[in-house]
Design a protein around this ligand. Structure first.
Ligand code: HEC
Ligand code: HEC
Length: 294
């Protein structure tokens, strides 16, 4: 906030509070009777008259207390423009403190399972359920409930893995993240090249394909694709290059979808969670993920 608006807010806020104080004091002073009286205000509404009693003392004091409370509050907490308050309180600080407190409090709960291997967590009901809850909170938005996957987001509940499905590899995928780099080939091999090699990919994955085009595509495949997808097309887990011979697809199985992948390339990113979640938590989540396919 600029200092002009900061001043603007502060001046108006304080002026209103002091205005209230003046109003309360002035009304007090202008009272005719200082004690309870039977004298009326000399006007009547539908035959109902009003006694000219002074404001009860407790009521008057409540006004004063409210004003003092307001001033003390504005001194301690942020409320006057840019002034941060004597206590330096922010909702963010409070949230951080609560998180640190929770971290401290629940640490032993998570640490209890640190001694189990990822594979053992998968068969321990308590540990697996804790992993499942954390998975739902942190991972399901991309990988779906139960790890079923979605377009561009791998299914974690089948036994087909881009990078590997043993405990240590799953844990590494989560901690360090992954990025799949499939270069685009449209500019290199041209549109005919793309359609031929797509036919070849269709044929090795057991789908209907034009045999002549597939035969021509095979030459391109052997020149351009084997380095990552392997001579037989079964992929390479070190690079996260998918197996092209099974019927599991990250980006769709139709001719047009496969051709699009080959033409434009793909770059799926699994964000690293090492800095977001403690190692003990990642350990439990890994156990849950492992359990989905074992
Ligand atoms: C922002 C979306 C996103 C979130 C959140 C996310 N992932 Fe991923 N994850 C991906 C993508 C995309 C890939 C595939 C990367 C690639 O294409 O190489 C992936 C890959 C993986 C893999 C490797 C799969 C394989 O076949 O080898 C595992 C395991 C995994 N994620 C687990 C998790 C877990 C557990 C969480 C929660 C802690 C999580 N992911 C959160 C998007 C996400
Ligand atoms: C540098 C290594 C590399 C090369 C070379 C490469 N790819 Fe890929 N390819 C990948 C990676 C990694 C992915 C996964 C991308 C992702 O995770 O987002 C992939 C994905 C694919 C997919 C999508 C699979 C699916 O499940 O949806 C197809 C199809 C494909 N590549 C075909 C080819 C063809 C055909 C060639 C040769 C013209 C080729 N690739 C060359 C690394 C490579």
């Amino acid at each position: 906030m600029t200092s002009f608006w900061s001043m603007w807010i502060s001046v108006i806020t304080l002026a209103v509070i002091f205005g209230c104080l003046i109003l309360v004091m002035r009304t007090r002073k202008s009272e005719v009777y200082k004690e309870t009286t039977t004298e009326t205000m000399h006007h009547a509404f539908d035959g109902i008259e009003e006694l000219d009693n002074p404001l009860p003392r407790w009521w008057f004091n409540m006004f004063l207390i409210t004003i003092v409370f307001g001033l003390v509050y504005l001194f301690l907490y942020p409320g006057l423009g840019n002034y941060k308050g004597y206590l330096n309180w922010t909702s963010y600080n409070q949230w951080e403190e609560e998180m640190a407190h929770a971290e401290e409090h629940y640490k032993p709960v998570f640490a209890k399972f640190a001694g189990l291997s990822v594979e053992e967590i998968a068969t321990n009901d308590n540990a697996r359920l804790m992993g499942q809850r954390m998975f739902n909170n942190n991972c399901a938005l991309c990988h779906g409930q139960g790890g079923a996957g979605a377009y561009g987001f791998p299914n974690l509940s089948d036994s087909d893995w881009l990078y590997g499905g043993d405990g240590a590899t799953i844990k590494a995928s989560i901690t360090n993240g992954r990025s799949g780099a499939m270069p685009g080939w449209g500019a290199v091999i041209g549109e005919d090249g793309v359609r031929n090699v797509t036919s070849y990919v269709m044929s090795i994955s057991g789908q209907a394909a034009d045999a002549t085009a597939a035969a021509q595509g095979k030459t391109t495949y052997q020149a351009m694709c084997v380095a990552c997808h392997g001579v037989d097309g079964t992929g390479n887990k070190l690079l996260g290059a998918p197996n092209l011979t099974d019927d599991v697809w990250l980006y769709g199985s139709t001719f047009e979808k496969v051709a699009h992948t080959i033409r434009q390339g793909r770059a799926g990113v699994m964000p690293a969670h090492g800095a977001l979640l403690s190692d003990d938590k990642i350990h439990l989540i890994s156990g849950y993920v492992y359990s989905l396919s074992n």
